[in-house]
Design a protein around this ligand. Structure first.
Ligand code: DON
Length: 599
Protein backbone atom coordinates (compact mmCIF):
# COMPACT_ATOMS: atom_id res chain seq x y z
CA UNK A 1 0.00 0.00 0.00
CA UNK A 2 1.43 3.43 -0.90
CA UNK A 3 2.41 5.62 2.06
CA UNK A 4 -0.19 8.28 1.21
CA UNK A 5 -2.94 5.64 1.50
CA UNK A 6 -1.56 4.40 4.80
CA UNK A 7 -1.67 7.97 6.09
CA UNK A 8 -5.23 8.19 4.87
CA UNK A 9 -6.24 5.04 6.78
CA UNK A 10 -4.46 6.38 9.84
CA UNK A 11 -6.30 9.68 9.64
CA UNK A 12 -9.60 7.90 9.20
CA UNK A 13 -8.92 5.79 12.29
CA UNK A 14 -8.12 8.88 14.35
CA UNK A 15 -11.27 10.55 13.04
CA UNK A 16 -13.34 7.47 13.95
CA UNK A 17 -11.97 7.42 17.48
CA UNK A 18 -12.73 11.13 17.96
CA UNK A 19 -16.26 10.65 16.62
CA UNK A 20 -16.89 7.65 18.88
CA UNK A 21 -15.66 9.60 21.90
CA UNK A 22 -17.93 12.49 20.99
CA UNK A 23 -20.91 10.18 20.57
CA UNK A 24 -20.14 8.66 23.96
CA UNK A 25 -20.10 12.08 25.55
CA UNK A 26 -23.38 12.99 23.85
CA UNK A 27 -25.07 9.84 25.10
CA UNK A 28 -23.73 10.43 28.63
CA UNK A 29 -24.83 14.06 28.51
CA UNK A 30 -28.44 12.96 28.04
CA UNK A 31 -30.15 12.40 31.37
CA UNK A 32 -31.18 8.77 31.60
CA UNK A 33 -34.21 7.47 33.50
CA UNK A 34 -33.78 5.42 36.67
CA UNK A 35 -34.27 1.75 35.83
CA UNK A 36 -35.48 -1.05 38.09
CA UNK A 37 -37.08 -4.49 38.01
CA UNK A 38 -39.14 -4.74 41.19
CA UNK A 39 -40.59 -1.35 41.92
CA UNK A 40 -40.14 2.32 41.24
CA UNK A 41 -41.20 5.53 42.97
CA UNK A 42 -40.84 9.11 41.72
CA UNK A 43 -41.66 12.06 43.96
CA UNK A 44 -40.60 15.61 44.79
CA UNK A 45 -38.56 14.41 47.80
CA UNK A 46 -35.86 11.75 47.81
CA UNK A 47 -36.73 10.72 51.37
CA UNK A 48 -40.37 10.27 50.39
CA UNK A 49 -39.47 8.19 47.33
CA UNK A 50 -37.19 6.06 49.52
CA UNK A 51 -40.01 5.52 52.04
CA UNK A 52 -42.15 4.14 49.21
CA UNK A 53 -39.34 1.82 48.26
CA UNK A 54 -38.94 0.68 51.89
CA UNK A 55 -42.59 -0.43 51.86
CA UNK A 56 -42.23 -2.16 48.47
CA UNK A 57 -39.25 -4.09 49.79
CA UNK A 58 -41.36 -5.21 52.76
CA UNK A 59 -43.78 -6.81 50.32
CA UNK A 60 -46.22 -3.91 50.08
CA UNK A 61 -47.81 -3.06 46.76
CA UNK A 62 -47.84 0.28 44.91
CA UNK A 63 -50.86 1.45 46.95
CA UNK A 64 -49.11 0.78 50.27
CA UNK A 65 -45.96 2.47 48.97
CA UNK A 66 -47.91 5.51 47.74
CA UNK A 67 -49.36 6.05 51.20
CA UNK A 68 -45.94 5.91 52.86
CA UNK A 69 -44.54 8.30 50.25
CA UNK A 70 -47.46 10.70 50.73
CA UNK A 71 -47.08 10.71 54.50
CA UNK A 72 -43.33 11.37 54.30
CA UNK A 73 -43.96 14.26 51.89
CA UNK A 74 -45.97 15.87 54.72
CA UNK A 75 -42.75 15.82 56.76
CA UNK A 76 -40.05 16.59 54.19
CA UNK A 77 -41.98 18.70 51.68
CA UNK A 78 -44.38 20.75 53.80
CA UNK A 79 -45.02 23.34 51.07
CA UNK A 80 -47.41 20.82 49.51
CA UNK A 81 -47.02 17.40 51.09
CA UNK A 82 -49.73 17.22 53.70
CA UNK A 83 -52.07 15.61 56.10
CA UNK A 84 -54.08 18.84 56.35
CA UNK A 85 -55.16 18.94 52.70
CA UNK A 86 -56.63 16.57 50.15
CA UNK A 87 -56.25 15.07 46.72
CA UNK A 88 -56.85 12.27 44.27
CA UNK A 89 -55.40 8.86 43.57
CA UNK A 90 -55.81 6.81 40.37
CA UNK A 91 -55.11 3.10 40.91
CA UNK A 92 -54.75 0.39 38.28
CA UNK A 93 -54.37 -3.18 39.42
CA UNK A 94 -52.59 -5.79 37.29
CA UNK A 95 -55.85 -7.46 36.33
CA UNK A 96 -56.94 -4.19 34.70
CA UNK A 97 -59.28 -3.11 37.51
CA UNK A 98 -58.94 0.66 37.70
CA UNK A 99 -60.57 3.17 40.05
CA UNK A 100 -59.97 6.47 41.74
CA UNK A 101 -59.98 7.66 45.34
CA UNK A 102 -61.42 11.12 45.91
CA UNK A 103 -60.12 12.62 49.14
CA UNK A 104 -60.71 16.22 48.18
CA UNK A 105 -61.41 18.66 51.01
CA UNK A 106 -65.02 19.61 51.75
CA UNK A 107 -66.59 22.93 52.65
CA UNK A 108 -67.54 22.89 56.36
CA UNK A 109 -71.22 22.84 57.32
CA UNK A 110 -71.20 26.53 58.21
CA UNK A 111 -69.80 27.58 54.78
CA UNK A 112 -71.92 29.94 52.66
CA UNK A 113 -71.83 30.85 48.97
CA UNK A 114 -71.05 34.50 49.78
CA UNK A 115 -68.67 33.94 52.69
CA UNK A 116 -65.78 35.73 50.97
CA UNK A 117 -67.79 38.81 49.92
CA UNK A 118 -68.20 42.08 51.76
CA UNK A 119 -71.55 43.79 52.35
CA UNK A 120 -71.33 45.36 48.89
CA UNK A 121 -70.78 41.99 47.24
CA UNK A 122 -67.06 42.51 46.53
CA UNK A 123 -64.51 39.76 47.17
CA UNK A 124 -62.53 40.46 50.35
CA UNK A 125 -58.89 40.05 49.32
CA UNK A 126 -57.07 37.20 51.06
CA UNK A 127 -60.04 35.80 52.91
CA UNK A 128 -60.27 32.63 50.80
CA UNK A 129 -56.50 32.18 50.69
CA UNK A 130 -55.00 33.11 54.08
CA UNK A 131 -55.89 31.97 57.56
CA UNK A 132 -58.52 29.85 59.21
CA UNK A 133 -61.53 30.68 56.99
CA UNK A 134 -59.69 29.47 53.87
CA UNK A 135 -59.49 25.81 54.98
CA UNK A 136 -61.69 22.98 53.80
CA UNK A 137 -62.14 19.81 55.89
CA UNK A 138 -58.94 17.79 55.20
CA UNK A 139 -59.25 14.51 53.31
CA UNK A 140 -55.74 13.09 52.98
CA UNK A 141 -55.78 10.69 55.94
CA UNK A 142 -59.25 9.36 55.06
CA UNK A 143 -58.15 8.86 51.44
CA UNK A 144 -55.00 6.99 52.39
CA UNK A 145 -56.92 4.83 54.87
CA UNK A 146 -59.55 3.92 52.27
CA UNK A 147 -56.89 3.10 49.67
CA UNK A 148 -54.99 0.92 52.13
CA UNK A 149 -58.05 -0.93 53.32
CA UNK A 150 -59.53 -1.68 49.90
CA UNK A 151 -56.50 -1.79 47.60
CA UNK A 152 -53.44 -2.38 49.74
CA UNK A 153 -51.57 -5.69 49.59
CA UNK A 154 -52.65 -6.71 53.09
CA UNK A 155 -48.99 -7.49 53.77
CA UNK A 156 -48.20 -4.22 55.52
CA UNK A 157 -50.30 -2.50 58.15
CA UNK A 158 -51.41 1.08 58.67
CA UNK A 159 -48.76 1.34 61.40
CA UNK A 160 -46.11 0.16 58.90
CA UNK A 161 -46.97 2.79 56.29
CA UNK A 162 -47.06 5.59 58.89
CA UNK A 163 -43.72 4.62 60.43
CA UNK A 164 -41.26 6.21 57.92
CA UNK A 165 -43.00 9.58 58.28
CA UNK A 166 -43.24 9.38 62.06
CA UNK A 167 -39.58 8.43 62.28
CA UNK A 168 -38.43 11.30 60.06
CA UNK A 169 -40.54 13.80 61.98
CA UNK A 170 -39.25 12.53 65.34
CA UNK A 171 -35.60 12.04 64.47
CA UNK A 172 -35.38 14.85 61.96
CA UNK A 173 -33.63 14.98 58.61
CA UNK A 174 -31.07 17.28 57.02
CA UNK A 175 -32.76 20.35 55.62
CA UNK A 176 -32.57 20.17 51.82
CA UNK A 177 -31.95 23.07 49.43
CA UNK A 178 -35.59 22.89 48.37
CA UNK A 179 -36.94 23.04 51.93
CA UNK A 180 -34.72 25.99 52.83
CA UNK A 181 -35.67 27.85 49.66
CA UNK A 182 -39.37 27.22 50.32
CA UNK A 183 -39.22 28.35 53.96
CA UNK A 184 -37.38 31.52 53.02
CA UNK A 185 -39.73 32.18 50.10
CA UNK A 186 -42.81 31.87 52.34
CA UNK A 187 -41.38 33.53 55.42
CA UNK A 188 -43.97 36.31 55.37
CA UNK A 189 -46.96 33.98 55.20
CA UNK A 190 -45.59 31.64 57.89
CA UNK A 191 -44.53 34.50 60.17
CA UNK A 192 -48.11 35.79 60.18
CA UNK A 193 -49.21 32.79 62.29
CA UNK A 194 -47.34 32.29 65.60
CA UNK A 195 -47.57 28.49 65.51
CA UNK A 196 -46.18 28.38 61.94
CA UNK A 197 -43.45 30.79 62.96
CA UNK A 198 -42.54 28.48 65.82
CA UNK A 199 -42.73 25.17 63.92
CA UNK A 200 -41.53 26.03 60.41
CA UNK A 201 -39.47 29.19 60.85
CA UNK A 202 -38.12 27.82 64.15
CA UNK A 203 -38.86 31.19 65.78
CA UNK A 204 -36.87 33.09 63.19
CA UNK A 205 -33.88 30.72 62.96
CA UNK A 206 -34.81 29.25 59.57
CA UNK A 207 -32.71 26.12 59.09
CA UNK A 208 -29.77 26.22 56.73
CA UNK A 209 -29.07 23.47 54.22
CA UNK A 210 -27.81 20.45 56.17
CA UNK A 211 -29.25 21.52 59.55
CA UNK A 212 -31.34 18.91 61.34
CA UNK A 213 -35.04 19.70 60.93
CA UNK A 214 -37.05 17.99 63.68
CA UNK A 215 -40.86 18.19 64.03
CA UNK A 216 -41.82 16.77 67.45
CA UNK A 217 -45.49 17.88 67.32
CA UNK A 218 -45.98 16.29 63.93
CA UNK A 219 -44.22 13.13 65.17
CA UNK A 220 -46.71 12.96 68.06
CA UNK A 221 -49.67 13.46 65.70
CA UNK A 222 -48.42 10.73 63.38
CA UNK A 223 -47.69 8.51 66.40
CA UNK A 224 -51.26 8.92 67.69
CA UNK A 225 -52.66 7.98 64.29
CA UNK A 226 -50.24 5.10 63.98
CA UNK A 227 -51.45 3.71 67.31
CA UNK A 228 -55.15 4.54 67.23
CA UNK A 229 -55.76 4.27 63.48
CA UNK A 230 -56.65 6.85 60.84
CA UNK A 231 -60.00 7.82 62.37
CA UNK A 232 -57.97 9.41 65.16
CA UNK A 233 -57.48 12.35 62.82
CA UNK A 234 -61.25 12.78 62.48
CA UNK A 235 -62.51 11.70 65.88
CA UNK A 236 -59.61 11.76 68.36
CA UNK A 237 -57.17 14.20 69.87
CA UNK A 238 -56.12 15.55 66.45
CA UNK A 239 -59.73 16.40 65.57
CA UNK A 240 -60.07 18.17 68.90
CA UNK A 241 -56.90 20.19 68.29
CA UNK A 242 -58.10 21.27 64.83
CA UNK A 243 -61.59 22.21 66.01
CA UNK A 244 -60.35 24.14 69.06
CA UNK A 245 -57.86 26.08 66.96
CA UNK A 246 -60.65 26.91 64.49
CA UNK A 247 -63.00 28.05 67.25
CA UNK A 248 -60.28 30.26 68.79
CA UNK A 249 -59.54 32.01 65.48
CA UNK A 250 -62.92 32.40 63.81
CA UNK A 251 -62.56 29.36 61.53
CA UNK A 252 -65.53 27.17 60.59
CA UNK A 253 -64.35 23.56 60.82
CA UNK A 254 -65.87 21.71 63.80
CA UNK A 255 -65.49 18.25 65.27
CA UNK A 256 -68.82 17.41 63.63
CA UNK A 257 -67.40 18.35 60.20
CA UNK A 258 -64.33 16.21 60.82
CA UNK A 259 -66.33 13.23 62.03
CA UNK A 260 -68.58 13.44 58.95
CA UNK A 261 -65.76 13.50 56.41
CA UNK A 262 -65.49 10.45 54.13
CA UNK A 263 -63.11 9.72 51.26
CA UNK A 264 -64.82 7.98 48.37
CA UNK A 265 -64.06 5.65 45.55
CA UNK A 266 -65.18 6.96 42.14
CA UNK A 267 -65.10 5.20 38.78
CA UNK A 268 -62.06 6.10 36.72
CA UNK A 269 -62.53 8.26 33.64
CA UNK A 270 -61.51 6.31 30.53
CA UNK A 271 -60.50 7.51 27.11
CA UNK A 272 -58.06 6.63 24.37
CA UNK A 273 -55.40 8.27 22.23
CA UNK A 274 -53.77 6.66 19.20
CA UNK A 275 -54.31 3.16 20.54
CA UNK A 276 -53.30 3.91 24.13
CA UNK A 277 -55.85 3.72 26.95
CA UNK A 278 -56.01 6.78 29.20
CA UNK A 279 -57.18 6.38 32.83
CA UNK A 280 -57.68 9.63 34.65
CA UNK A 281 -59.57 11.54 37.33
CA UNK A 282 -63.30 12.36 37.06
CA UNK A 283 -65.04 15.34 38.74
CA UNK A 284 -64.61 16.98 41.19
CA UNK A 285 -61.44 17.24 39.15
CA UNK A 286 -61.79 19.07 35.89
CA UNK A 287 -58.43 17.67 34.83
CA UNK A 288 -59.47 14.29 33.49
CA UNK A 289 -62.34 15.64 31.39
CA UNK A 290 -60.17 18.41 29.95
CA UNK A 291 -57.32 15.98 29.23
CA UNK A 292 -59.59 13.56 27.36
CA UNK A 293 -61.24 16.41 25.45
CA UNK A 294 -57.87 17.78 24.36
CA UNK A 295 -56.54 14.38 23.30
CA UNK A 296 -59.71 13.78 21.27
CA UNK A 297 -59.32 17.19 19.59
CA UNK A 298 -55.68 16.42 18.73
CA UNK A 299 -56.15 12.89 17.44
CA UNK A 300 -57.24 13.81 13.87
CA UNK A 301 -54.03 15.85 13.42
CA UNK A 302 -50.63 14.42 12.54
CA UNK A 303 -49.05 16.10 15.54
CA UNK A 304 -45.64 14.45 15.08
CA UNK A 305 -45.25 15.87 11.58
CA UNK A 306 -45.65 19.44 12.90
CA UNK A 307 -42.35 19.10 14.77
CA UNK A 308 -41.82 19.42 18.50
CA UNK A 309 -42.61 22.94 19.71
CA UNK A 310 -42.82 24.37 16.20
CA UNK A 311 -45.12 27.38 15.87
CA UNK A 312 -47.67 25.13 14.14
CA UNK A 313 -47.69 22.67 17.04
CA UNK A 314 -47.90 25.32 19.74
CA UNK A 315 -50.73 27.02 17.86
CA UNK A 316 -52.71 23.79 17.52
CA UNK A 317 -52.22 22.86 21.16
CA UNK A 318 -53.03 26.37 22.42
CA UNK A 319 -56.32 26.28 20.49
CA UNK A 320 -57.15 22.87 21.92
CA UNK A 321 -56.33 24.11 25.44
CA UNK A 322 -58.42 27.26 24.95
CA UNK A 323 -61.50 25.21 24.07
CA UNK A 324 -61.14 22.69 26.90
CA UNK A 325 -60.73 25.46 29.49
CA UNK A 326 -63.77 27.25 28.05
CA UNK A 327 -65.90 24.18 28.76
CA UNK A 328 -64.26 23.74 32.16
CA UNK A 329 -65.44 27.14 33.30
CA UNK A 330 -68.96 26.49 32.01
CA UNK A 331 -69.77 22.99 33.11
CA UNK A 332 -67.59 21.67 35.89
CA UNK A 333 -68.20 21.40 39.62
CA UNK A 334 -68.71 18.77 42.33
CA UNK A 335 -70.88 16.08 40.66
CA UNK A 336 -72.53 15.30 43.99
CA UNK A 337 -73.99 18.83 44.00
CA UNK A 338 -74.36 19.92 40.38
CA UNK A 339 -75.10 18.06 37.19
CA UNK A 340 -71.89 17.63 35.15
CA UNK A 341 -72.47 16.26 31.61
CA UNK A 342 -69.30 14.14 31.85
CA UNK A 343 -70.09 11.59 29.15
CA UNK A 344 -71.19 14.30 26.74
CA UNK A 345 -68.03 16.31 27.38
CA UNK A 346 -65.62 13.41 26.83
CA UNK A 347 -67.41 12.04 23.76
CA UNK A 348 -64.64 12.30 21.10
CA UNK A 349 -67.11 13.43 18.41
CA UNK A 350 -68.28 16.27 20.66
CA UNK A 351 -64.70 17.28 21.52
CA UNK A 352 -63.80 17.36 17.83
CA UNK A 353 -66.84 19.50 17.08
CA UNK A 354 -65.27 22.17 19.32
CA UNK A 355 -62.51 22.46 16.70
CA UNK A 356 -65.07 23.57 14.07
CA UNK A 357 -63.95 27.14 14.71
CA UNK A 358 -60.22 26.29 14.52
CA UNK A 359 -58.14 28.09 11.91
CA UNK A 360 -54.59 27.09 11.00
CA UNK A 361 -53.91 30.74 10.18
CA UNK A 362 -55.35 32.66 13.11
CA UNK A 363 -55.74 32.42 16.87
CA UNK A 364 -59.41 32.20 17.90
CA UNK A 365 -60.32 35.14 20.14
CA UNK A 366 -61.18 33.93 23.65
CA UNK A 367 -63.64 36.77 24.08
CA UNK A 368 -66.99 35.63 22.77
CA UNK A 369 -65.88 32.00 22.33
CA UNK A 370 -68.99 30.03 23.28
CA UNK A 371 -68.77 26.86 25.38
CA UNK A 372 -69.77 23.71 23.49
CA UNK A 373 -73.17 22.03 23.85
CA UNK A 374 -72.41 18.49 25.02
CA UNK A 375 -75.11 15.83 24.99
CA UNK A 376 -76.97 15.34 28.25
CA UNK A 377 -77.61 18.97 29.10
CA UNK A 378 -80.92 18.39 30.79
CA UNK A 379 -81.16 21.38 33.03
CA UNK A 380 -81.51 25.06 32.42
CA UNK A 381 -78.37 26.63 33.68
CA UNK A 382 -77.59 30.00 35.13
CA UNK A 383 -75.29 31.64 32.59
CA UNK A 384 -71.96 32.61 34.07
CA UNK A 385 -70.48 35.98 33.20
CA UNK A 386 -66.76 35.94 32.59
CA UNK A 387 -64.21 38.62 31.97
CA UNK A 388 -60.50 38.69 31.24
CA UNK A 389 -57.90 38.70 33.97
CA UNK A 390 -54.21 38.32 34.72
CA UNK A 391 -52.99 34.95 35.92
CA UNK A 392 -51.52 34.50 39.35
CA UNK A 393 -48.23 32.65 39.50
CA UNK A 394 -47.72 29.67 41.67
CA UNK A 395 -46.38 26.12 41.60
CA UNK A 396 -47.49 24.20 44.63
CA UNK A 397 -49.28 20.88 45.14
CA UNK A 398 -47.33 17.71 44.55
CA UNK A 399 -47.61 14.65 42.36
CA UNK A 400 -45.96 11.27 42.75
CA UNK A 401 -46.05 8.01 40.85
CA UNK A 402 -45.43 4.37 41.78
CA UNK A 403 -45.32 0.98 40.02
CA UNK A 404 -44.66 -2.26 41.88
CA UNK A 405 -43.18 -5.58 40.72
CA UNK A 406 -46.57 -7.02 39.79
CA UNK A 407 -47.38 -3.98 37.67
CA UNK A 408 -49.89 -2.26 39.96
CA UNK A 409 -49.70 1.45 39.19
CA UNK A 410 -50.71 4.38 41.39
CA UNK A 411 -50.81 8.03 40.36
CA UNK A 412 -51.40 10.48 43.24
CA UNK A 413 -51.73 14.26 43.26
CA UNK A 414 -52.51 15.97 46.54
CA UNK A 415 -52.32 19.49 47.78
CA UNK A 416 -52.65 22.24 50.35
CA UNK A 417 -53.55 24.46 47.35
CA UNK A 418 -51.21 27.42 47.92
CA UNK A 419 -47.59 27.13 49.00
CA UNK A 420 -47.83 26.11 52.69
CA UNK A 421 -51.63 26.21 52.34
CA UNK A 422 -53.43 28.86 54.35
CA UNK A 423 -50.29 29.44 56.45
CA UNK A 424 -51.88 28.03 59.61
CA UNK A 425 -50.18 25.28 61.61
CA UNK A 426 -52.65 23.57 63.93
CA UNK A 427 -51.57 24.40 67.49
CA UNK A 428 -49.62 21.52 69.09
CA UNK A 429 -50.37 19.24 66.12
CA UNK A 430 -47.47 20.27 63.87
CA UNK A 431 -49.14 20.31 60.45
CA UNK A 432 -50.42 22.94 58.05
CA UNK A 433 -53.96 23.44 56.84
CA UNK A 434 -55.07 23.96 53.26
CA UNK A 435 -56.61 26.98 51.55
CA UNK A 436 -58.65 24.86 49.19
CA UNK A 437 -61.77 27.00 49.67
CA UNK A 438 -60.19 29.36 47.13
CA UNK A 439 -60.79 26.69 44.46
CA UNK A 440 -64.52 27.42 44.77
CA UNK A 441 -66.13 30.30 42.93
CA UNK A 442 -65.91 33.15 45.46
CA UNK A 443 -67.88 35.32 43.08
CA UNK A 444 -69.03 34.48 39.57
CA UNK A 445 -66.77 36.16 37.04
CA UNK A 446 -63.92 36.90 39.50
CA UNK A 447 -60.60 35.15 39.22
CA UNK A 448 -59.22 32.92 41.96
CA UNK A 449 -55.51 32.74 42.87
CA UNK A 450 -54.78 30.91 39.62
CA UNK A 451 -56.61 33.47 37.50
CA UNK A 452 -59.32 30.88 36.91
CA UNK A 453 -62.77 32.24 36.43
CA UNK A 454 -65.49 29.87 37.40
CA UNK A 455 -69.21 29.46 37.14
CA UNK A 456 -72.13 28.75 39.45
CA UNK A 457 -71.53 24.99 39.15
CA UNK A 458 -68.57 25.52 41.48
CA UNK A 459 -70.28 27.80 44.01
CA UNK A 460 -69.58 27.20 47.73
CA UNK A 461 -72.06 24.97 49.61
CA UNK A 462 -71.75 23.03 52.89
CA UNK A 463 -70.21 19.58 52.34
CA UNK A 464 -69.34 20.37 48.72
CA UNK A 465 -65.90 19.69 47.22
CA UNK A 466 -64.27 22.49 45.23
CA UNK A 467 -63.44 21.96 41.57
CA UNK A 468 -59.85 20.90 41.02
CA UNK A 469 -57.40 20.74 38.14
CA UNK A 470 -55.38 17.86 39.56
CA UNK A 471 -54.95 15.22 36.87
CA UNK A 472 -53.32 12.03 38.13
CA UNK A 473 -53.21 9.83 35.04
CA UNK A 474 -52.19 6.33 33.96
CA UNK A 475 -51.64 5.47 30.29
CA UNK A 476 -51.96 1.79 29.39
CA UNK A 477 -50.80 -0.20 26.36
CA UNK A 478 -50.72 -3.98 25.94
CA UNK A 479 -52.08 -4.25 29.48
CA UNK A 480 -49.03 -2.42 30.91
CA UNK A 481 -48.86 1.02 32.60
CA UNK A 482 -46.64 2.78 30.07
CA UNK A 483 -46.99 6.16 31.76
CA UNK A 484 -47.95 7.08 35.32
CA UNK A 485 -47.89 10.82 35.52
CA UNK A 486 -49.36 14.10 36.72
CA UNK A 487 -48.15 17.40 38.09
CA UNK A 488 -48.72 20.32 40.42
CA UNK A 489 -49.33 23.81 39.07
CA UNK A 490 -53.02 24.76 39.41
CA UNK A 491 -54.54 24.90 35.94
CA UNK A 492 -51.15 24.24 34.32
CA UNK A 493 -51.44 20.71 35.74
CA UNK A 494 -53.87 19.74 33.00
CA UNK A 495 -51.66 21.02 30.20
CA UNK A 496 -48.45 19.64 31.72
CA UNK A 497 -50.08 16.22 31.79
CA UNK A 498 -51.24 16.63 28.18
CA UNK A 499 -47.73 17.60 27.08
CA UNK A 500 -45.95 14.73 28.87
CA UNK A 501 -48.43 12.23 27.38
CA UNK A 502 -48.02 13.62 23.84
CA UNK A 503 -44.24 13.95 24.18
CA UNK A 504 -44.16 10.19 24.61
CA UNK A 505 -46.98 9.07 22.30
CA UNK A 506 -46.56 11.54 19.43
CA UNK A 507 -42.88 12.36 19.57
CA UNK A 508 -41.46 9.09 20.93
CA UNK A 509 -39.39 10.91 23.53
CA UNK A 510 -37.56 9.00 26.23
CA UNK A 511 -39.09 9.36 29.68
CA UNK A 512 -36.54 11.96 30.81
CA UNK A 513 -36.90 13.95 27.59
CA UNK A 514 -40.68 13.91 28.00
CA UNK A 515 -40.42 15.29 31.53
CA UNK A 516 -37.63 17.79 30.80
CA UNK A 517 -39.00 19.35 27.60
CA UNK A 518 -40.14 22.99 28.09
CA UNK A 519 -43.88 23.50 28.38
CA UNK A 520 -46.56 26.03 27.62
CA UNK A 521 -50.02 26.81 28.92
CA UNK A 522 -53.23 28.42 27.69
CA UNK A 523 -56.33 28.52 29.90
CA UNK A 524 -58.81 30.45 27.71
CA UNK A 525 -58.69 33.50 29.98
CA UNK A 526 -56.33 35.27 30.13
CA UNK A 527 -55.94 34.99 26.37
CA UNK A 528 -52.24 34.27 26.23
CA UNK A 529 -49.77 31.43 25.88
CA UNK A 530 -47.62 31.25 28.98
CA UNK A 531 -44.20 29.91 27.93
CA UNK A 532 -41.57 28.16 29.95
CA UNK A 533 -38.04 29.48 29.29
CA UNK A 534 -36.44 28.08 26.11
CA UNK A 535 -39.79 26.83 24.78
CA UNK A 536 -39.18 27.75 21.19
CA UNK A 537 -37.17 29.91 18.80
CA UNK A 538 -37.56 33.64 18.12
CA UNK A 539 -38.78 32.99 14.57
CA UNK A 540 -41.46 30.58 15.85
CA UNK A 541 -42.50 33.19 18.41
CA UNK A 542 -42.89 35.71 15.58
CA UNK A 543 -45.04 33.22 13.64
CA UNK A 544 -47.27 32.71 16.68
CA UNK A 545 -47.62 36.46 17.21
CA UNK A 546 -48.50 36.89 13.54
CA UNK A 547 -51.39 34.47 14.11
CA UNK A 548 -52.62 36.73 16.92
CA UNK A 549 -51.23 34.93 19.99
CA UNK A 550 -49.89 36.85 22.96
CA UNK A 551 -46.86 35.15 24.50
CA UNK A 552 -46.04 35.61 28.15
CA UNK A 553 -43.38 34.11 30.36
CA UNK A 554 -43.86 33.72 34.05
CA UNK A 555 -41.45 35.32 36.41
CA UNK A 556 -42.07 33.84 39.78
CA UNK A 557 -38.70 34.90 41.11
CA UNK A 558 -37.69 37.86 38.91
CA UNK A 559 -34.15 38.01 40.27
CA UNK A 560 -33.45 34.33 39.99
CA UNK A 561 -33.73 33.00 36.43
CA UNK A 562 -32.86 29.51 37.59
CA UNK A 563 -35.77 29.47 39.99
CA UNK A 564 -38.05 30.89 37.29
CA UNK A 565 -37.23 27.86 35.17
CA UNK A 566 -38.14 25.62 38.06
CA UNK A 567 -41.36 27.37 38.88
CA UNK A 568 -43.34 25.17 36.51
CA UNK A 569 -44.85 22.10 38.10
CA UNK A 570 -42.72 18.98 38.30
CA UNK A 571 -44.05 15.92 36.47
CA UNK A 572 -42.76 13.02 38.56
CA UNK A 573 -43.30 10.10 36.17
CA UNK A 574 -42.75 6.33 36.02
CA UNK A 575 -43.54 3.64 33.47
CA UNK A 576 -43.02 0.14 32.19
CA UNK A 577 -40.77 0.33 29.13
CA UNK A 578 -42.58 -1.83 26.59
CA UNK A 579 -39.39 -2.66 24.67
CA UNK A 580 -37.43 -4.02 27.62
CA UNK A 581 -40.14 -4.72 30.20
CA UNK A 582 -38.03 -2.76 32.73
CA UNK A 583 -39.47 -0.16 35.07
CA UNK A 584 -38.34 3.39 34.45
CA UNK A 585 -38.68 6.56 36.49
CA UNK A 586 -37.93 10.19 35.68
CA UNK A 587 -37.81 12.70 38.47
CA UNK A 588 -38.29 16.30 37.38
CA UNK A 589 -35.37 18.66 37.95
CA UNK A 590 -37.81 21.55 38.25
CA UNK A 591 -38.15 20.31 41.81
CA UNK A 592 -34.68 20.36 43.40
CA UNK A 593 -35.21 17.58 45.97
CA UNK A 594 -37.01 15.18 43.62
CA UNK A 595 -35.88 11.61 43.04
CA UNK A 596 -36.93 8.51 41.16
CA UNK A 597 -35.72 5.44 43.02
CA UNK A 598 -36.20 1.75 42.34
CA UNK A 599 -34.79 -1.67 43.05
O1 DON B 1 -56.94 21.38 43.01
C1 DON B 1 -56.46 22.28 42.34
O2 DON B 1 -56.63 22.41 41.16
C2 DON B 1 -55.55 23.26 43.02
N1 DON B 1 -55.86 23.34 44.41
C3 DON B 1 -54.18 22.83 42.77
C4 DON B 1 -53.24 23.82 43.33
C5 DON B 1 -51.93 23.72 42.78
O3 DON B 1 -51.58 22.92 41.96
C6 DON B 1 -51.05 24.73 43.32
N2 DON B 1 -49.93 24.83 42.58
N3 DON B 1 -49.33 24.80 41.81
Amino acid sequence: MPTSCLRCVGLRAVFAVVLAAQLCLTVKAQRLPTEASHGIVASASRLASEAGLEILRKGGNAVDASIATGLVLSVTYPRAGNIGGGGFMVIRHVDGLALTIDFREEAPAAAKADMYLDSKGAVIPGRSTHGYLAAGVPGTIAGFALALEKHGSGKVSWADVVEPARRLAAEGFEATPGLVRDLRGSERLLAAFPESRRVYLQNGAIPKVGDKFVQPDLARTLGRMQKDGPREFYEGETARLIAEDMARHGGLITQVDLRAYRAMERPVLRGSYRGYEILTMPPPSSGGIALLQMLAMLEPYDVASLGHNSAAKIHLFAEVMRRAFRDRAEYLGDPDFVFVPTQGLIDPAYARSLMGSFSIEKATPSEGLPAGRPAGLTQTRERPVFDDTGMAESAETTHYSVIDAAGTAVSTTYTLNGLFGNGVTVTDAGFLLNNEMDDFTSKIGEKNMFGLIQGPANAIAPGKRPLSSMTPTIVVKDNKPVLVTGSPGGPTIINTTLLIVTHVIDFGMSLTQAVDAPRFHHQWLPNSIDCEPFLTSRDSQALLEAKGHVLTSRKLYPNDPEAAARSWGDGETVRVDLKTGRLQGANDLRSPDSAAVGY
